[in-house]
Every structure is written in C-alpha cells, then in structure tokens.
Design a protein around this ligand. Structure first.
Ligand code: C2E
Ligand code: CA
Length: 641
C-alpha cells in the first residue's frame, strides 16, 4: 500500500507547499476561465458572421427588388404618362408574385398619387427626397424608381422579414455546428488533459517525494522546515528539527539483502507517519535517515516525541520470514535556541544524532554548543586522519605473542599507531572507530596488511624465522572490499609464506551468519592464511560456527584475564574457553596478561599463547627485533621484561 494512503490529505502538498487539493481547485478555475474566453471569442465570431449574413441578405433583396421594379416601371411608364390609372394599377398587380412587397405606388411628375398597390391597408409609400433611391427602416426598405422619360415615380416598399428569416436560419445552423464542434473538441481535450494532469502529478510527486517510502524527500522536507521557521518567526514560536538515523541498518542491508532493507525502510516510514501528529512534517533525508519537523513545540514535547519514536522503532519488525530488531539514534535541534535557519538547524540536529550514537545508540540527544565543538573536533580529526596515510603519519607497532610453555616469542600482533602532526600520537583504540564510520578503514586496513606482510618477510630474510604476524580485520573490510583478492595479491607481492599470516576477526562478524562473509573467510583460509577469533567471549555468538569455519585460534578477551586472579568467575570462563578450544583442536591466546598470577592461572588451564604488557607492549619493528634477538640469545627461557 503506498504510504500516501496512510497520510492525512493535509500532509500531501505540492512543491510550493500548498495542499494538493487547493492546487487542483486553482487549476479548475484556470481551466474555466480559459473556456469562458473561448466561448466569448466564438460568440463574437458568430455575431460578426450574422452581421455579414444580414448585410448580404439585404443587398440580395435590394438587387432582386431593383430588377423587378425596373421591369414593372417599364410597363408602368406609358400608363403614368397618359394618366391611365387603371392600366397603372394593372401594371402594379405584377408585385403579386413577390410576397415580400408590402406596398407600391405610382406618382405622376407633379407628385400626385396615380395608383397604389398594397397587401396591408393604409401603407402608401411616400416619394423620397430627390437623389435618394432607397430608404431603410427596421422592418422594411423603400425603393424609389424614376419612370422612363421622367413621366413619374414608382415607389416600392418591401418587408425585411425574408432577410431576418435567412439570418435566423444561419444563426441556428452556425450555433449548432459550433456547439457540436466545441463539444467534440472538449471531449477530445478532456481526455488529453486528464492524462497530462496525471503525468504532471506523477512528475511533481517524483521530484518531491521519496519513491520507496512515499514520504517527502530532502528537498521538500527542507521547504517544509523553512516554512515552519518563517511562521514561527512571525508568531514567536518554537520549532524542533529531529534527525532520526537507524542503528545497524547497514548490517541488516548487507546481511539480509536489499529487499529486506527496503521493506524495513517502508515499515519505518509507516511507523513514523503514524506517530507524527498534525504539527509534524516527515521526510526521508537519505539512506536510513529520516527527519521530523515539529512546529509550535517546546523541549518537553520534542523529547516526548523522540521517546515515542524510539519505542515505536524498537518493536520487532516481521519482514518476509525474518524477525528484525532495529533501533534508532535521534538528534534534536530547536529553533530559535540552536539556530535561526534551516541549514544550521539540520546540521546541529545531525551533530546531536552522532552524539546519541556515540552515547550507545537507541537514544536521543538535544544539540548543545558543547556538542557543536565536539562535532567540529570530530570533523577536523576525521579530515586529518584522511591525510594521515599520504603524510606518512601511520605506523604499525608489534606486540609480542609468547608461547606459555617455552616463553619464546612465536608471533606478533600488528597494531596501528597514528603520529598526527596536529593532534599528537594515538593508539588504534582512539581512531579505528572513526576510520570505520567514515569508510577510511578500507584504505588503512589495506596499508596495514601490506606493511605487516612486508615486515614479516623482512624478518624471515633477517633470520627471525617462524614468527607469525597477526593483522586485525574490521567487519567493514569484510563487507565492502574484496579482501580475498587483496590478501592474495599482498602475499604474492611481498613473497610471505601464507602460514605466517594470521587474520583476526571479531566474534561479531560471525554473529550475522552472512553467507558471503563466510565464503570470504573460507577462501582466505584456502590461501593458507590462519584465522583467529578476536575478543572471544564478548560477542554472545553461537559456537556452531567453530565447526563450520576453519578457525585456528581463539583470543580470549582481556576482560576475562584482567581480574582472573581476583574473580573466580572470570578465571572459570577463561579455563572453560581453553578447555573447549583444546577439544576442538583450536589454539588459544590470552590477551592482556599483565602479571605472573594471570600467567600461572592461564598456564594451569592449558593456554597456548599469551599476549600483554607483562611480555611487552606494542613496539616499533626495530625495537621488537632487538628484543627478540636479545631473548633468543639468552640461554634460559625468560620473560620479556
Ligand atoms: P585488539 O585486537 O583487542 O588489540 C589489543 C589491544 O589491547 C591493543 O590496543 C593493545 O595495545 C592493547 N593491549 C595489549 N596488551 C595489553 C595489556 O596487557 N593490557 C591492556 N589493558 N591492554 C593491552 P590498541 O592498539 O589501542 O588497539 C585497539 C583495537 O584497534 C584492537 O583491539 C583492534 O581491534 C583495532 N586495531 C588495531 N590495529 C588495527 C588494524 O590494523 N586494522 C583494524 N581493522 N583494526 C585494528
Ligand atoms: Ca586483535
């Protein structure tokens, strides 16, 4: 069902913000005005034609009357000159066959009436002034015909009725034809107009509404916001701008497919439309971003709507045969406190939304000036990170991985470090999340893989054989880049034995059961590369994947190691993981080992490798090489320190 049908008709507006219904009636008025103009011009044409018809009919009448009068005058002349009234009366009888002639009269030269002819009694045409052959009245024409030899005058009065009859018939026929042609044209154009109207409506809709959800798009949403701001400025009211961004939509889209993603967005649009009251205007601002403009509001009302929105969006969605859980992060900015124009308010709502995401997602956050500063910092930080690669500010540090039994360094984990000229030195924990959000992780990750492989190969060449190098992979790299191709190419380029490369992925990657990712991981192990599950124990994932995937190593998260010598539960979890892994033939590395007690507990549990500050923090490659050489040269197995 298109969403339009769910929205109140008052929400359906044209590009200029007027309700569509108002636009339609305006259009009708315009069509009627045009129609009236056409009818008026047709009527004027008809009147002109009738005038022309009247003129030509009257001149036809005069011509035929003249011809007839001429004929009769020639017969009348001898009778008039001889003063024979009887002969003259007989001559005038010839008008009998002209039904339009009302009366006629013959006058002698001295102006005396000799005889008369008339259909109606009493109407004797009087002689006209000399030189005037015709006299017109509304209903008749009088013709004066001098008789041959100047013997007298013949006057004939004829009715105009035949002229009016002819004009009337013409008028009726012309009106009929005109009405018929007009009706035909109207019918033809009405169909065309209807189709044009629909096309126009469709185009207008496309330009202003989002095709997937039926909600106003970014352009129309901005216009609504501007209008709300203009009226709030006039009335001294407040407007809230809410930026709603779905949490984890990208993962759902990538793992469950675009069709599920589209359905999800439509359902979110529907839920938002149901929530928004009369004061609210909705819009889809981008992929998984929605906007709400709330007019005549205050902070509390905006917070209430944000809360209701979060509740509505966290209810599970049934999409095809999947039950999907999604949350949202909402940023809110308020007019006039947080900005005076649409762009500033949108920017600030966006910044607040990012803050909500950072605060742990599925929450809302009002904009604050402090937040603005943070957003600015975040932005410059990200820009600077973008340039870090080309400026050569990135480095890989290597943390030793030590075999518990022999206390020998058998591997290293490559960890990114950023020595920023502007901001100082950062551990990966400080910037990896930003690199992931901005998509930069693909470039950084590719650089890390190549640098680590090159370094490992250099150590092999320098005689430090058997040293495995572990490189971290992020979820995003697995989803958005051809990681198999990248790793294969890097191994070929650097000439590193694939068995010396270990790739670490977090448990969360496996929680999504994405077939494509699973295939990629399998393809990686087929290259001969080893696979380690990082931060193991924190992801609540099903352990079934341990049987399906060729996993070589589990890395127990440092949170279980940190307090293991104080908290029996943590020690028990670490011991259980080690026991399970050993049964499955998987090696175990414990992370974050900082003291001898932790090491002893892990040793008792049968842990293979340990990694942590107790054996060495991440070091630059040359320092690590010196350390390994020193340890290998020392006769007794010893701790690194
Ligand atoms: P991780 O894979 O869990 O890395 C171990 C982190 O624990 C490192 O922090 C390391 O410095 C720290 N650590 C090592 N020993 C100890 C210890 O004894 N105690 C404590 N408390 N911490 C210890 P770092 O370098 O800040 O890395 C953070 C995360 O950044 C890493 O977590 C990893 O997931 C990610 N990362 C690092 N380098 C890369 C990379 O090249 N690519 C990707 N995608 N992610 C990376
Ligand atoms: Ca790691």
């Amino acid at each position: 069902m298109p969403l339009n049908t769910l929205l109140p008709t008052t929400l359906l507006r044209d590009a200029d913000g007027r309700p569509l219904a108002q636009r339609v009636s305006l259009r009708n008025i315009l069509i009627r005005a045009k129609l009236s103009l056409v009818i008026l011009s047709h009527t004027l044409t008809l009147v002109a034609l009738l005038a022309w018809q009247y003129g030509s009919a009257r001149s036809d009448l005069v011509t035929s009357l003249r011809a007839e009068a001429n004929l009769i005058a020639s017969q009348l002349a001898p009778a008039v000159s001889s003063g024979d009234a009887t002969a003259a009366a007989r001559a005038l009888q010839a008008f009998d066959h002209l039904p339009a002639v009302i009366a006629a009269a013959a006058y002698s030269t001295d102006g005396a009436l000799l005889t008369q002819y008339g259909r109606a009694a009493g109407a004797v045409p009087q002689p006209l002034p000399p030189g005037q052959p015709l006299a017109y009245a509304l209903d008749s024409i009088t013709l004066q015909q001098p008789l041959a030899g100047g013997s007298g005058l013949l006057l004939v009065k004829t009715s105009l009725r035949p002229v009016y009859d002819r004009v009337l018939w013409f008028a009726m026929a012309a009106s009929l034809i005109m009405a018929a042609s007009f009706a035909l044209a109207w019918m033809l154009s009405a169909g065309l107009r209807r189709r044009l109207y629909r096309v126009e409506q469709g185009l207008r809709h496309l330009a202003n509404y989002d095709a997937l959800t039926g909600l106003p798009n970014r352009v129309l949403f901005r216009r609504h916001l501007k209008r709300a701001l203009a009226s709030a400025a006039g009335e001294g009211g407040s407007v809230a701008v809410m930026f709603v961004d779905l949490d984890n939509f990208k993962i759902i889209n990538d793992t469950l497919g675009h069709e599920v993603g589209d359905r999800l967005l439509r359902e979110v649009g529907r839920r938002l439309a149901r929530l928004a009251g009369r004061n609210a205007r909705l819009g889809r601002l981008g992929g998984d971003e929605f906007g709400i403009v709330l007019a005549n509001t205050d902070r509390e009302a905006a917070a209430r709507l944000a809360e209701r929105t979060l509740q509505a969006l966290t209810r599970p969605l049934q999409l095809m045969d999947q039950q999907v859980y999604i949350g949202a992060s909402i940023g809110i900015s308020l007019y006039p406190d947080d900005g005076a124009d649409a762009s500033t308010l949108l920017k600030h709502a966006d910044a607040a939304m990012y803050q909500a995401k950072e605060n742990g997602k599925n929450s809302f956050q009002f904009f604050s000036a402090d937040l603005h500063f943070k957003a600015l910092q975040h932005f410059t930080f990200e820009m600077s990170l973008r340039r870090a690669l080309e400026r050569g500010e990135l480095a890989l540090y290597y943390q030793p991985q030590v075999e518990v039994e022999t206390r020998r360094i058998v591997g290293v984990e490559a960890l990114l470090r950023w020595k920023s000229a502007e901001f100082g030195t950062f551990s990966s924990g400080d910037f990896i999340a930003i690199a992931e959000q901005s998509g930069l992780i693909n470039q950084l990750g590719a650089w890390a893989i190549e640098t680590a492989c090159r370094q490992a190969r250099a150590w092999v060449d320098a005689g430090l054989d058997g040293l495995t190098v572990s490189v971290n992979l992020s979820v995003r790299q697995l989803h958005t880049c051809d990681i198999v191709h990248l790793v294969r190419q890097t191994l070929e380029k650097t000439g590193l034995d694939p068995r010396l490369l270990e790739l670490e992925i977090t448990e969360t990657v496996l929680m999504k059961h994405n077939a494509e990712v699973m295939d990629k991981l399998k393809a990686l192990t087929e290259l001969g590369v080893r696979l380690a599950i990082d931060d193991f124990g924190t992801g609540y994932s099903s352990l079934a994947y341990l049987r399906r995937l060729p996993v070589h190593r589990l890395k127990i998260d440092k949170s279980f190691v940190r307090d293991s010598h104080f908290t029996p539960d943590d020690a028990a979890i670490a011991a259980a993981i080690i026991a399970m892994a050993r049964k499955l033939g998987i090696e175990v590395t414990a992370e974050g080992v900082e003291n001898e007690e932790q090491l002893n507990l892990l040793k008792q549990a049968g842990c293979h490798l340990v990694q942590g500050y107790y054996f060495g923090s991440p070091l630059p490659p040359d320092e690590l090489e010196t350390l390994i050489r020193r340890l290998r040269a020392s006769p007794a197995p010893a701790t690194v320190q």
